[in-house]
Design a protein around this ligand. Structure first.
Ligand SMILES: [Zn+2]
Length: 182
């Protein structure tokens, strides 16, 4: 099997997205994070960390190789308002470990972390953690790096699973090295 990373960023296969169909699913369908956690095969998420309170899994519609979503298991919506401080910091601990795992596993010029979502769809709060590889032109970085205009990555399932395993191993090693003091 070819290694998607060694093929280079520009060579990765892409497929076009149907933004209207995506919007319908996001606004009318069940919560996709809860569906991933429930193991619904229509929402496959290659889990890279399954903690007691939070999970991390590969994003389905991604433009950056290794784009991970971190979310609480509980269906919370407000990025700060639905958490106590310690609970929030616990989630950020996983965001940190995922970020470091990505930085060590994939060529990363800049690590992106953000939380978006909408009360009209994609309500379950989640953090995007995604590595921007080196060599991307300036005007294709930042928000443009997440644009679906050039399609989304279309990796074979086996490559996604292998990537998820590599990131999961890194996350586990980092968590062992810096265990929670709480
Ligand atoms: Zn949910």
């Amino acid at each position: 099997m070819t290694d998607p990373v060694s093929e280079g960023y520009e060579q990765l296969a892409r497929r076009t997205m149907d933004p209207a169909a995506y919007e319908r699913r996001a606004r009318e369908g069940p919560c996709f994070v809860c569906e991933v956690l429930a193991g619904n095969p229509r929402h496959p998420g290659e889990i890279v960390c399954a903690g007691d309170d939070a999970v991390a899994f590969l994003a389905s519609y991604n433009t950056l190789l290794g784009h991970i979503l971190v979310a609480p298991r509980a269906h919370r919506e407000q990025v700060t308002g639905d958490f106590g401080l310690e609970e929030y910091l616990g989630l950020q601990r996983l965001v940190y470990h995922v970020g470091e795992a990505l930085r060590h596993e994939l060529p990363t010029e800049r690590l992106y972390i953000m939380s978006l979502g909408s009360q009209s769809g994609n309500r379950h709060v989640h953090w995007h953690v995604a590595p921007l590889p080196p060599g991307v032109p300036y005007d294709e970085q930042q928000f443009a790096a997440f644009s679906w205009d050039r399609g989304v990555l279309d990796l074979p399932e086996s490559a996604r699973a292998a990537l998820a395993r590599r990131i999961a191993d890194r996350v586990a090693a980092l968590q062992r090295a810096t265990p929670s003091v709480g």
